[in-house]
Ligand binder design. Structure first.
Ligand code: ASP
Ligand code: MG
Length: 405
């Protein structure tokens, strides 16, 4: 079998952990498998490097930032390879470019265009364990690029796809995907399986287990992922296409506090207004999530929408001039909000899911400010102060009462 294993920064944070990971890798190798390993930078290395850059030049070019940040993974691959050498196994570490990662030139969030796998294959043919630096590649100018924060997951899935791996294991510091944050919800439990689409919704909703792009890539190439812990020897969660009939109505409850609500009150109730507003936001590269427009009254209406919390001020700035021009009554933003979401492919075919969620919130006296839905997700915007309690009561509404049908 060809196995791709990825280890996150916390899994290789110190010497003891590096040896622990070396043990996991060599165990698979001993069984006769080809093993390609992708590693992230140790612990907080990437954050520390960003701090170092800020001390020198807070406006450093993206090219130089990538040059700097790629160094974190160079350290971890070499140390991990040394640990494997010490255990007595053949191993080679490769930087992104050596492993054939060709990306576009968008420094800081480069996209993988192609992986030339010859070098990896040649090393595997020599019976070596191959350790690849995650998160990085090279562009057509021969410059180092990085894939964006958390990009090592994507590196791993991309290698698994390019090499047609039999298994892609993502090792992290949690032992799988839970129905809610276990620190918040006592009886949250680990899921055996989750579909790509459900995982994508949970990833965007702030369940920080897997990087979004890695899940998109896994879905595109139908790579089955297994999320598991490098600290415990228990089975993890499989992320895959839905195979058997979905037994669970919903798979999880997520909380996202990185959200701000922008309110535009008393704008003219005439055609084209929404376009004027949202085109200005698009031009300013501000992503809008939930949008709510009131019914017109006395020829005016209100538009409310959400953005990432650090974009609230920018969003207001982007539309202020227009709002003043058309005589809006007020324009403001509020970051004391949170988005609580439930995700599950089961809701596609079952009614009453939204009602059950709203009932739980209502019973707990939690007011819903905005609602948005997709086929497999229902999100509500509430006061940030209620967020943790909301996760608890919604989780209990779906999981304490039998969740199957
Ligand atoms: N070291 C990089 C980061 O911290 C990439 C990764 O961890 O996946 O964002
Ligand atoms: Mg990291």
């Amino acid at each position: 079998m060809l196995i791709v294993q990825k280890f996150g920064g916390s899994s290789v944070a110190n010497a003891e952990r590096v040896f622990n990971v070396a043990g996991i890798i060599t165990e698979k190798y001993k069984e006769g498998n080809d093993v390609v390993v992708v590693v992230s930078a140790q612990g907080d290395t990437t954050d520390d490097l960003i701090e170092k850059a800020k001390e020198i030049n807070p406006k450093a070019s993206r090219r130089e930032m990538d040059m700097l940040l790629a160094a974190g993974e160079q350290i971890s691959i070499a140390l991990l390879a040394m640990a494997i050498e010490k255990l007595g196994y053949p191993v080679v570490s490769l930087l992104g470019w050596q492993a054939g990662f060709n990306t576009n030139s968008t420094y800081g969030s480069a996209r993988i265009k192609r992986i030339d796998t010859e070098r990896i294959k040649a090393e595997l043919d020599k019976k070596k364990i191959v350790i690849v630096a995650g998160f990085q590649g090279i562009n057509r100018f021969g410059d180092i690029t990085t894939l964006g924060r958390g990009g090592s997951d994507t590196s791993a899935v991309a290698i698994a796809a390019a090499m047609h791996a039999d298994l892609c294991q993502i090792y992290t510091d949690v032992d799988g995907v839970y129905t809610a944050d276990p620190r918040l919800v006592k009886n949250a439990f680990k899921l055996d399986e989750i579909t790509y689409d459900e995982m994508l919704e949970l990833a965007t909703l702030g369940a920080q287990v897997l990087n979004n792009r890695s899940v998109e890539l896994a879905k595109k190439y139908n790579i089955e992922l297994e999320v598991l812990s490098s600290f415990t020897k228990v089975p993890g969660t499989k992320v895959k296409e839905a195979t058997k009939m979905e037994k669970m109505l919903i798979k999880g409850v997520a909380k996202d506090t990185n959200v701000a609500r922008v309110m535009l009150v008393g704008i003219p109730d005439v055609p084209g207004v929404a376009f004027q507003i949202f085109s200005r936001l698009a031009k300013a590269h501000i992503n809008v999530d939930i949008i709510l427009q009131s019914v017109g009254r006395d020829n005016t209406k209100d538009i409310t929408f959400t953005v990432a919390s650090d974009k609230g001020e920018e969003a207001v700035a982007a539309i202020r001039e227009y709002a003043e021009k058309v005589g809006a009554k007020s324009l403001s933003y509020d970051s004391n909000v949170a988005k609580i979401s439930i995700v599950g492919a089961g809701m596609e075919t079952h009614e009453g899911v939204a009602a059950r969620m709203f009932e739980a919130l209502g019973d707990a006296g939690i007011n819903i400010q905005m609602i948005s839905t997709s086929e497999i997700k229902i999100s509500v915007l509430i006061d940030a102060a209620d967020a943790d309690r909301a996760v608890q009561v919604v989780h209990s509404a779906f999981f304490d009462i039998p969740n199957s049908f």
